[in-house]
Ligand binder design. Sequence first.
Ligand code: COA
Ligand code: ZN
Length: 309
Amino acid sequence: MQHAYIHEVVARDGFQIEPQFVPTERKIELIDALSGAGLAKIEVTSFVSPKAVPNLRDAEAVMAGIERDPSVKYVALIANLKGAERAVAARVDEVNLVVSVSETHNLANVRRSTDASFEGFAEIIRELDGTGIAVAGALSTAFGCPFEGEQAPDRVMGFVSRYIELGVDSVTLADTTGMAHPKQVLDLCSEVRNRWPELEIALHFHNTRGMGLANVLSGLATGVRHYEACLGGLGGCPFAPGATGNICTEDLVHMLECMAYSTGVDLDRLLGISKRLAAIVGRDLPGQVVKAGKSTDLHPIPVNLNQAA
Ligand code: COA
Ligand code: ZN
């Protein structure tokens, strides 16, 4: 049986764009519930400017409040040295560096050029040296940018190469606004896998145009085993026009289970937590399995059918 690793991003990608601030206690409650569900990684928060992302201004309190399960890696997104210092103080297991492949989106997101971002990352990696904190390098807009359109695959490859030179432990290709399509994912992931067969790659898809799970199939076909997803299908980048939800974690796990992948995730438990999430944010969420039930959940045979027989 093949295994797929699920990285849950609701507490960061999900809550960063919510119209209402999710109270710290509710964030902690959700993360603690998710910790028992068998996920490989949980992105807890981001240590960015509270002016830029006010919804995650409680990053320290959330990190300090959660109960850590030793089998889960707790991750935080950072964009600069100040974020790295805060992440070290909060004792995260892994930081997720972020730079956009698109120059325009990088300026909108972190207010600097992509070169300046990479220069900053070199400093961050020196700061993290000896702390035991793992480093993931994320590439936003790797499959397309809402301002610039599709990004040249050579440029993406160049950015992957820069991360590898910096010594990151894994690289995440992120489709920030759901522009990726299955053939593009197949082509780009094949190219990256062929050039760096030993590199751990993760994929981060948004379902903005309904192609999210189809893109996962393309990723699986190229041998990528790590997928980021968001409970209930919440999520989006506040600095990308038209951003909508990530692929939904429970729908992803359900699909993988149907296809006989092991994930280690307890799907029933996840569905329960997704219902709780809908109650916390006070609205219906895009996830589908939570509404339809699993495909193995059968309905009772109608009484009149029994009579007809
Ligand atoms: N944590 C807390 N505060 C921070 C910070 C961090 N990591 N980095 C910067 N700040 C504060 C500074 O202290 C300064 O505060 P002040 O105005 O009270 O003096 C202010 O933010 C501006 O600092 P500066 O270094 O000039 O940053 P900037 O204005 O150029 O913005 C970022 C750069 C990266 C800090 C900002 O754009 C950001 O946080 N973006 C968020 C990106 C994000 O999370 N996107 C969604 C996920 S991809
Ligand atoms: Zn995202």
